[in-house]
Design a protein around this ligand. Structure first.
Ligand code: ADP
Ligand code: MG
Length: 560
């Protein structure tokens, strides 16, 4: 039997492949710019081993130009170029990456600067273009070539006289329709913002002819005229790769604003460079105030994720635990296994490592703030303290190691927030438990009859006024070997001064009164008892069992 070839509408197949890989069309520019950057990097690597090549940084750049009339977008680079063979192999064969081969051939282990590896990015151009033309001349070659393609139907190559080494790629954009707008890719502002978004930290200048209104002369009321000037639109060196000592708080604040991480000023920035098992740089921000939509479903937690300065994901949720969901910023790592679209990651092992690491850093930083900049920390705690307490509660107490030291509560002692460490440190020697009282507000708690005996002993009481407080504390169970105890619990863990008195007798003497009270309150209480807890108050409510009255209130409010 003879084997038959599969037939496929290759043009449609290519379109399907490309459109299923990328969720957004605009990334075509990211891909072409990344290729241009790779081509310059290759020049740089060649220069390292070949003395006849000098790499003069100023000679290397990428230029993006738009021609509205011709509906053409052009990306030019002064990189290594392609030979005829390379054109055929690298652009003629889908999923063949010349860059990956280059890294292997040249044994560039640390070739982490070269971005390409999958051999599909180039075809992203066909998401927006009907025709793609490539003019190129390779390093060390006297002949240039012109490659033209309208998609997977094929391509043509012919010799072309090109003066300089490098590559120019021209996209003839598709016609816009009512649903699909391609014209925006010819718009100066639009192009600038796409470049800023994805390729801001490409290490070579990306230049554009930028139109500006400028006064015709130095005179104050001089007329304005339109001037076109070539400008570099990318920042090139990412702030996170700069030396910390070169950066000021203002630099970090400006970056925060530029990135729209928040409308406030960040309360704290954290700049991390890790060079261990997994290498990454991160800039993290703790905002001062809660984003307006923080507690709504619309709020998305996550950090920006970069691979080698190229944006991969705008909100990578896996990089932050929920209890630190307020943290903003970015992570850049060379060690990620990207999938073909660069939009997702193949393995999350590296991400997990980074997440763990970052979580630790944030915690350390917050603890430092708590110890050294109390006022600042309390500002933070006002905005996000609740989130930390939810964190303790939500993971069945697994997070408590990270979070318990960051919690603050009001207390009977100083009418201010205290940490568990501070509480324990000043406990009188004979005090065995950490006491707390739950209530709607500090004032309400202060009026609780149950607090009296504890305060009389000279013990401090933590005030739990947040719904989640008691739930969180139940997860923590103990701190520094001291268990938590509600002032309303049956056994307070110390002998009150008159506990030796026999309540049994008094109960007997007052049985009739107790029975009467119980029958009047029959559907409201389970029992009425004589208590030795009370000092100045005639009566108090107390509960049996694990769930306190306050907790019960919260639970009752929850939807079934
Ligand atoms: P990748 O970048 O993942 O290798 P692409 O489809 O983006 O895949 O590009 C395929 C190959 O084409 C590249 O690996 C590179 O060898 C070659 N190439 C693409 N653009 C250029 C360019 N501007 N200059 C030189 N070579 C290029
Ligand atoms: Mg590429």
């Amino acid at each position: 039997m003879s084997k038959k070839q599969f037939e496929a509408e290759s043009k449609r197949l290519l379109e399907m492949m490309i459109n299923s890989i990328y969720s957004q069309r605009e990334v075509f520019l990211r891909e072409l710019i990344s290729n241009a950057s790779d081509a310059i990097d290759k020049m740089y690597y060649k220069a390292l081993t070949d003395e006849s090549i000098t790499f003069n940084q100023d000679d290397y750049y990428i230029k993006v130009t738009a021609d509205k009339d011709a509906r053409q977008l052009t990306i030019t680079d002064t990189g290594i170029g392609m030979t005829k063979e390379e054109l055929e192999d690298n652009l003629g064969i889908i999923a063949k990456s010349g860059s990956l081969a280059f890294k292997k051939e040249n044994e560039i282990k640390d070739g982490h600067d070269i971005i390409g590896q999958f051999g599909v990015g180039f075809y992203a151009a066909f998401m927006v273009a009907d025709v793609v033309t490539v003019w190129t001349k390779a390093l060390g070659s006297d002949q240039g070539y012109k490659w033209v393609s309208e998609g997977a139907d094929g391509y043509t190559i012919e010799p072309y006289e090109k003066d300089t080494v490098g590559t120019t790629i021209t996209l003839t954009l598709k016609e816009s329709t009512e649903e699909d707008d391609y014209d925006s890719f010819l718009d100066e502002q639009q192009l600038k913002s796409i470049i800023k978004k994805y390729s801001d930290f490409i290490r070579y200048p990306i230049k554009m002819d930028v139109t500006e209104q400028k006064p015709k002369s130095d005179e104050e009321d001089a007329e304005l005229e339109e001037v076109v000037e070539e400008k570099t639109v990318n920042s090139m060196v990412p702030i996170w790769k700069k030396n910390k000592s070169e950066l000021t708080t203002e630099d970090y604040e400006q970056f925060y604003a530029e990135k729209h991480y928040g409308f406030d000023k960040p309360l704290q920035h954290i700049h991390v460079s890790v060079d261990g098992n997994i290498r990454y740089n991160a800039i993290l921000y703790i905002p001062e105030s809660m984003p307006y939509n923080y507690y709504s479903a619309e709020y998305e937690k996550g950090l920006e994720l970069y691979s080698n300065g190229v944006l991969i994901m705008s909100k990578c949720a896996d990089l932050l635990p929920d209890y630190f969901s307020f943290v903003q910023g970015l992570v850049d790592s060379e060690d990620l296994s990207l999938n073909i679209s660069r939009e997702m990651l193949q393995h999350d092992r590296q991400l997990k490592l980074i997440e763990k690491n970052i979580t630790k850093k944030i915690k350390t930083e917050l603890k430092k703030m708590l110890n050294n900049e109390r006022e600042k920390y309390e500002k933070f705690y006002k905005s996000f303290g609740r989130q930390l307490k939810y964190g303790v509660y939500s993971d069945f107490g697994q997070n408590k190691e990270v979070l318990q030291d960051l919690l603050l509560f009001h207390s009977s002692k100083e009418k201010k927030l205290v940490s568990l460490a501070e509480y324990v440190e000043r406990m009188p020697e004979d005090q065995k438990y950490i006491y707390y009282a739950s209530g709607e507000s500090n004032e309400r708690i202060e009026r609780l009859p149950q607090t009296e005996v504890v305060l009389d002993k000279g013990y401090e009481i933590l005030y739990f006024t947040d719904d989640v407080d008691e739930f969180a504390i139940r997860m923590i169970m103990e701190y520094d070997g001291k268990e938590f105890k509600s002032v309303s619990s049956g056994d307070l863990g110390f002998e009150s001064d008159d506990a030796t008195n026999n309540t049994e007798e008094e109960t007997k003497d007052n049985q009739e009164l107790l029975d009467h009270m119980k029958s009047v309150l029959s559907d409201k209480v389970k029992d009425v008892r004589i208590s030795k807890r009370l000092k100045t108050h005639p009566v108090c409510l107390s509960n049996d069992g694990e769930i306190s009255i306050e907790m019960e209130k919260v639970l009752n409010m929850m939807p079934d």
